[in-house]
Every structure is written in C-alpha cells, then in structure tokens.
Design a protein around this ligand. Structure first.
Ligand code: SAH
Ligand code: SF4
Length: 385
C-alpha cells in the first residue's frame, strides 16, 4: 500500500500536511498510532469526513480540543477544487475538477431509475493512447492521488448538499471509467476503492463499484488478491490483429492473456455469480461487421460476461465514425442470438455533452463520457432503434 497522501500546503518552509481525505481505515489507524493516539480515532475521523462532509478539523468535536490542535498541525482534509459544473435537463451533472499542479479532470453523475452512477477519473490524461479515445490523445500528465480520486465522490455528494440533509444516497454506484487507466495508478485507486466500500465512509457494495481497464494484465492479476469490485474490460476487437491497432497495450498483453486474467479474477471472487462486463466500442467500418460479432461470440464463450456495446463518440482529432443504427442492431442481434446479455448505449441529444469539451478547457472531451458507462450498470437489454 502506498504512503498516506501528503501534499505541501504552501511554499518555502510551509509544513507538509497529510491529507486525511485520501486515507483508508488501515492508513488512518497507522497514522494515529504513529502520533501516539488510539487507533479508534480513525473511525471518528472517517465518519466526520465521509459521512458528515466536514473538512475543518476544528469541527470534529468528539476528538477533544488537544487532539484537534495536534492534528491540525500535521494534517488537513483537502478535497480537489470544482472549476465548473453543468446540469443537463435529464439530471446529469458534470464537474471539471482542478487537481494539484493545475491539471483538470472530469467527473460525471448520471441519475437513472432508482440509482445514480458517478463516473470518476483516475489519472490526468492517459499513457495508453487507444486510437479512438480523446483522453489518450492528451498524453499522460500524472496519476491522481487517492484523495483526488475519492475526493470526486466527496465533491459530488457535497454539491447536492447531501451529506447530512437526509436526501438519501446521492451516489449509489461508482464506475472508474473517467479519464485514465485505473490499473496504472494501482495503489491510489485501490485505496480510494477501499473508501468507497468502507461502511464508515461510503458503504457501497462491491457490485456497485466497477473498475474499467484496457487490460493491464499483471495489475489485474494483482487486483484479484486485494479487491472484489466489479470488473469491466475494454476489449473493442475480437482478434489480436485488430486489437493491436485499437488498443496498443494489446501488443504487450494479447487477448488470450487478458481473458485468462479475467477468468482468474472472477474465480478469486467469493461470490461465483458475478460476470465481467465486456466493453466494445463500435467504430464504423473498423470493428462493427457481422463477422466481428460472430468472432466475438466465439471468443467469449467460456467467460461469464455481459457485453456493453458503445457506439463510437466522435471528437475533433479523430477520423473514426459512429456506426448507424442498423449496423449496431445487426451486431447486437448476432450476440443476442448466441445467448449473450448485451446492452447498447442509446444516442441521446444530451444537452450538456455537446459542451463537454468547453467544460474542461484544454481537456477536450467530446466523447460523451456519460454515455459510455451507463450500460456498465444497466441490467436490461436496450435495443438501438
Ligand atoms: N482506461 C480505462 C477506463 C477509462 S475509458 C479503459 O480503457 O477501460 C472508459 C471506456 O470508454 C472504455 O471502454 C473506453 O474504451 C471507452 N471510450 C473511450 N473513448 C471512447 C469514444 N470516443 N467513444 C466511445 N467509447 C470510448
Ligand atoms: Fe487510456 Fe482507457 Fe482512453 Fe485507452 S480508452 S487511452 S486506456 S483512458
């Protein structure tokens, strides 16, 4: 596990304070023990930060005055900053979030019947450069800290004033499908996911937290030993020749290796009824033919999975095109006939997606991020009309 998230609070000789926001229970307990305090303080602090939404250590009344002062000298609770917020008529809310060093990431909350799914980012940019992804086109800037990752959940709840207002759970599901490759920021992502599942923090069930990966196989193998969150895998092609072009990391960890790793991940789960979500971005004339669908059906036959088809979302620097409804329907039908559960993003005139690129300034994202992950949590089959 990584060291607690520490950040300088000023310049020159300013003290470096630990950011308690990004520490899981074990790290907070270690932190208090090191201060010569009792470890149950960790539970109190977790509740203040993640249940009550408090950032001012001075307000943590059950810690006692002396401890509060001692803590304030060495620690802080510092969420990332919201730069802008946009609300869609359909209830979707998007934030541009500024992190240390000036980078911007995007966080999106989509309410659907009976739940609200938050899509969080794990890195500023991404090093993997998948050919159809706008984040990849920006290159990699840096990993987010655990505080910056869990801070996106914290900010979402805060922005609805929902910490103590009794509005119920504003965030019912979290998907790591925003910017970045979560498995390349392993320790910070695992720590943040610990907090998502932790009863003293957000208390989400492991089924309601989904990590999406393009297939960093050694890290996925490692994840199986430390986490039980749901898994989504960005496959996008039914054979290595095509996947090598779309998802360059496939040259290092080809499909057979990736599917073996997925099976191992599922086998390591205590609950055997779980399935992997296979994400497949459909790009016109590239990977959307009926033969591709047949090959995909064959490829996945031994994997407990459901398939999430994502019609490509165009953006400025890409020549790829979104396939028409008929092509999507045909692809969908082949998979359904082969017995798979298949969800498809419906295209919506989402009023704030259009302005998505402006939201984060230089972080141009015209890829309708909000559409991508809806299906990861959808259980019903949606047919594209
Ligand atoms: N790096 C991780 C998670 C972030 S990407 C991953 O690759 O899985 C989240 C999902 O959006 C992935 O399935 C990704 O392939 C998909 N995606 C990226 N750009 C897209 C685009 N322009 N249109 C449709 N889906 C896209
Ligand atoms: Fe990175 Fe995922 Fe985009 Fe590929 S699809 S470049 S792994 S964020």
């Amino acid at each position: 596990m990584n060291a607690p998230d520490s950040t300088a609070t000023g310049t020159g000789a300013a003290p470096v304070r630990a950011n308690l926001l990004g520490m899981n229970r074990a790290q907070l307990e270690a932190f208090f023990l090191e201060m010569g305090e009792k470890k149950f303080r960790a539970q109190q602090v977790l509740k203040w930060i993640h249940h009550a939404g408090v950032t001012d250590i001075g307000q943590m009344s059950n810690l006692g005055k002396a401890l509060r002062e001692k803590l304030q000298a060495v620690a802080e609770v510092r969420p990332p900053q919201i730069v802008s917020q946009q609300d869609s008529a359909d209830g979707t809310r998007k934030w541009a979030v500024r992190v240390d060093g000036g980078g911007l990431v995007e966080t999106v909350l989509i309410p659907t019947a009976g739940r609200a799914t938050l899509c969080v980012s794990s890195q500023v940019g991404c090093s993997l450069d998948c050919s159809f992804c706008s984040t990849g086109k920006q290159g990699f800037q840096r990993d987010l800290s655990s505080a910056e990752i869990i801070g996106q959940v914290w900010l979402a709840i805060k922005s609805y004033d929902a910490f103590q207002s009794g509005k119920g759970r504003i965030v019912t599901n979290v998907v790591l499908m925003g910017m970045g490759e979560p498995l390349l920021n392993f320790d910070n992502v695992v720590t943040a996911m610990d907090l998502m599942l932790e009863d003293l923090a957000y208390g989400l069930s492991k089924r309601r937290v989904t990590l999406s990966t393009s297939g960093v196989v050694p890290a996925l193998d490692r994840l199986a030993g430390v986490s039980e969150v749901s898994l989504a895998v960005s496959l996008h092609a039914p054979n290595d020749a095509l996947r090598d072009q779309l998802v360059p990391i496939n040259r290092k960890y080809p499909i057979a290796m990736l599917l073996r790793s997925c099976r191992d991940y599922m086998a390591a789960q205590s609950d055997r009824n779980r399935v992997v979500t296979i994400e497949y971005t459909l790009i016109a004339g590239v990977n959307d033919r009926v033969e591709h669908a047949r090959e995909l059906a064959q490829l996945l036959r031994d994997l407990p999975c459901k398939i999430n088809l994502i019609p490509f979302n165009p953006f400025d620097q890409s020549d790829y095109r979104r396939p028409g409804g008929n092509a999507v329907s045909r692809f969908w039908q082949v998979l359904v006939d082969a017995g798979y559960i298949v969800t498809v993003r419906t295209t919506r005139g989402d009023d704030i997606d259009a302005a998505c690129g402006q939201l984060v300034g230089q972080v141009v994202d015209r890829t309708r991020r909000s559409e991508r992950y809806r299906g990861a949590q959808d259980s019903q089959v949606i047919k594209v009309g």
